[in-house]
Design a protein around this ligand. Structure first.
Ligand code: ADP
Ligand code: MG
Length: 764
């Protein structure tokens, strides 16, 4: 059987690590697919369980310095916190923090050494111009003897990961970023060490006055500093998950055997009676059974105003009670709760790969070997071309400088961080606003959308229509007409049905039982009362029945945006009522904002054309496609797509599911607690249409961030490598110092992560 699971990966230091692990896994028999993400340090692996297992996969990468965190025993309905514990996320978080502290301590110890060697370097320059006193020469001499000691410490203690990278390259032939730095710095060190050890013997052949201890020290210090800053800000990119986890209450006050006891939230089971005091967090999802209160749901839905909740209303975990108190029955616990699903979704989205990343991945996977080749070619070229004019000693010294410079500046680290860090921050920011994005691919597609298709009921309108007019076309009493309509509609789930049933209830109009109920998709329903068959629905239904009636009165109403509900027998129309749905407060502004983004809005509805057009004109919708059967919504989306449009469809996610799936981006308006998270690419919690605008803006901001990141990541390498090879030396006598290469490389990663973090504070 095939199973897919996301594992935490330990030991990743750079983007090329992700490529190495991915390739290793893909070679294993039984691995269906593997996707390794450097940004989140996770691996999403689909395996055929009969052929391999996560433990043996982990063993495959252990010799390369990595490992998978393989979960232990599984339990039903684990809370998000437990789930993370189980997957090793918490442990790896603790380890990550310890790693960052360790890195900081090492960097701190190396910085004074780096400053010292820069100082000695500059003193050498002064000495060359005879700017120091004879006493100064003695001190300089002494300082020079300190450099080998400092370099040894820096290379073997601070630079250990890079040495290991070098070792693994020699042993297993796998090269990652660390390998490049490792080769560069150890070659510089080894050359210098040989010169120091055999100074006298080598003097006739080599330039023994020039050593590269300072290069080893400064490069390693800069790289380690860059890694430290990168690791520190990388922790910050993931803090949206942390904030969501913090929303989860740790304990719950439940009634068991007639007593109120406080238990861990992990022990709450279905049907538990839970007491909520003023100011308390809601621990699990459920339905209020006693009392009422205002609940602040802003943390989950992004809605700022507390919502009133009374008996029968649902509450969700992670939200906060205000001043009232109430009791509720737990209906969803552990992994089933909305909060748990949100966390899971955000996590998966953050770990997924955007298509735009494919190029960067490809480049970083071939980068390391290419750079090794360039570096050795550079060294060879120096020896070949420069030995003539400068002599072998000087040519070798130039060659080594270039060799180390190329290896150091070529790091594709920033390239590997460019996309994932922006996605992590963007997805996290969305979650804070009640915008749940399923994966990175959706985030990427969304910014290209030029047409938004909206459903009318529940998307543009509140979705709670009310009965506003009654037109009786027979000798029945109005009450009898309503009674028949309500009896038939009782069995329907459509918002229109609720309007009629509610009206009857409010007016105390009795209903009777019906038989042979059947709903007619996109048109209405049928059913029998006392043996007579009736039809309830829209004008299309009447046309289908082939009965004529004077529609002029009805059309006056539909021109005002009201929807007709007609009651008819097989032979004639008995009468009709009109229902009207209020337009949401935010709809008009949202449409205007979409227009500002250059997006065309199309309304797709099963409703009456006149009514739909009227509503559309009120909010400023560009096109109306009315009288569409649910199954035709899909075809309409396809039609728009065939015109070359990139279509996002926002719907209630229930009967719109096929259309949502067909659209380039499906957006579900998640009203209340039943969020169809799986069905759509994007779920807007709280069913707020203005979030649609925000999500498009978010996608644009995130994609812009990614493109800037890719630019910055590339430019360092594109400009840096030719400079480092020294190909401009002949023209300018200028050679890039490896120390500067180390600085530039460190800065590229830091600037990329920093740029991604900026997304967090941008206005939507
Ligand atoms: P929409 O979600 O756009 O309203 P539907 O397919 O759900 O699309 O419904 C299309 C139309 O069919 C409604 O606008 C209404 O006129 C009619 N209809 C559907 N169900 C009912 C019902 N239970 N009672 C009366 N009319 C209905
Ligand atoms: Mg609908």
């Amino acid at each position: 059987m095939n199973t897919t699971q996301t594992y935490k990966v330990k030991g990743m230091h750079c983007a090329s690590c992700a490529g190495i692990i991915e390739k290793t896994f893909k070679k294993v028999d039984g691995v269906v697919s593997a996707e390794v993400n450097y940004g989140t340090e996770t691996a999403k692996i689909a395996i055929d369980e009969s052929k391999t297992n996560p433990h043996s996969l982990s063993e495959k990468i252990e010799k390369l310095g990595y490992s998978l965190v393989v979960p232990t025993a599984e339990r039903m309905f684990m809370s998000p916190e437990e789930h993370r514990e189980h997957l090793g996320f918490n442990q790896s978080k603790k380890e990550k923090l310890a790693e960052v502290t360790d890195l900081r301590n090492k960097v701190m110890s190396a910085i004074p050494l780096a400053i010292f060697s820069i100082f000695v370097m500059s003193w050498d320059i002064f000495a060359e111009y005879k700017l120091i006193s004879p006493m100064g020469y003695t001190i300089k001499e002494f300082f020079h003897h300190l450099l080998p000691i400092f370099a040894t410490y820096t290379l073997f203690v601070v630079g250990k990961p890079y040495l290991l990278g070098f070792y693994r390259f020699l042993r297993y032939g796998k090269a990652n970023m660390d390998t490049l730095i490792g080769i560069g710095t150890s070659v510089a060190f080894l050359y210098s060490f040989i010169i120091t050890a055999f100074e006298k013997t080598l003097r006739p052949f080599l330039n023994v006055d020039q050593t590269y201890y300072d290069v080893t020290i400064v490069v390693i210090t800069f790289i380690a500093l860059g890694k430290y800053l990168e690791a520190r800000s990388k922790i910050k990119t993931g803090d949206a998950i942390e904030k969501l986890l913090n929303l989860q209450a740790k304990t719950a006050l439940v009634v068991r055997d007639g007593k109120e006891i406080e238990i861990s939230v992990n022990e709450v089971v279905h049907g538990d009676w839970i007491i909520i005091k003023p100011g308390a967090k809601i621990p699990v999802d459920g339905i209020i059974s006693e009392g009422s209160s205002y609940i602040d749901e802003s943390m989950v839905t992004g809605e700022p105003m507390p919502v009133q909740k009374k008996v029968g209303d649902s509450v969700v975990s992670g939200t906060m009670n205000t001043s009232g108190s109430f009791a509720f029955v737990a209906t969803k616990v552990g992994s089933e709760t909305l909060l748990a699903q949100i966390i899971k979704m955000v996590e998966e989205a953050q770990g997924s790969k955007a298509p735009i990343q494919a190029l960067a991945d490809k480049i970083s996977s071939i980068f390391v070997p290419i750079v090794l080749v360039i570096a050795f070619a550079t060294l060879g070229a120096w020896l070949f071309f420069a030995t003539g004019p400068f002599g072998f000693a000087q040519a070798l010294s130039y060659g080594l400088t270039s060799f180390v410079g190329v290896l150091v500046i070529a790091c594709p680290c920033a390239l590997g961080l460019a996309t994932p860090t922006a996605i992590i921050v963007g997805v996290g920011k969305g979650a804070r606003e009640g915008i749940l994005i399923k994966d990175a691919a959706t985030m990427e597609k969304l910014h290209k959308v030029d047409t938004v298709v909206v459903d009318k009921t529940g998307t543009i309108t509140v979705g709670k229509p009310t009965l506003v007019d009654i037109e009786n076309l027979s000798d029945l009493q109005n009450e009898e007409l309503i009674s028949m309509l309500a009896s038939l509609e009782k069995k329907s789930e459509h918002p229109i049905a609720h309007a009629i049933v509610n009206y009857a209830q409010a007016k105390n109009i009795p209903t009777t039982d019906i038989s042979n109920f059947e709903s007619i998709q996109g048109k209405g329903l049928r059913g029998s009362i006392k043996g007579v068959e009736y039809f309830v629905g829209n004008a299309k239904l009447i046309v289908d029945l082939g009965i004529g009636f004077d529609a002029s009165k009805m059309e006056q109403f539909t021109a005002q945006g009201k929807t007709p509900v007609i009651l008819a027998t097989k032979r004639k129309v008995v009468g009709f009522v009109m229902v009207a749905d209020e337009i949401k407060l935010e709809s008009k502004q949202a449409m205007a904002d979409l227009h500002k983004l250059g997006i065309t809005v199309v309304m797709l509805t099963g409703d009456d054309e006149r009514a739909a057009k009227y509503m559309a004109s009120l909010v400023g919708i560009d096109e109306v496609i009315a009288h569409v059967l649910p199954e035709d919504k899909l075809t309409k989306i396809k039609e728009l797509q065939s015109q070359g449009r990139v279509v996002a469809m926002a719907g209630d996610g229930v009967n719109d599911a096929p259309a949502l799936a067909q659209a380039d981006v499906g957006i579900a308006m998640g009203t209340g607690t039943d969020v169809a998270i799986e069905s759509a690419g994007i779920t807007l919690l709280g069913g707020d249409i203005s979030k649609l605008v925000k999500s498009i803006k978010l996608s644009k901001i995130t994609m812009r961030g990614i493109k800037q990141n890719l630019f910055w990541a590339f430019i360092y390498n594109i400009v840096g490598i030719p400079l480092a090879t020294g190909m401009f030396f002949a023209a300018s006598e200028w050679l890039l110092s490896p120390a500067f290469a180390g600085f530039a490389m460190a800065m590229s990663s830091v600037s990329v992560v920093g740029n991604s973090l900026r997304i967090k504070s941008m206005k939507l």
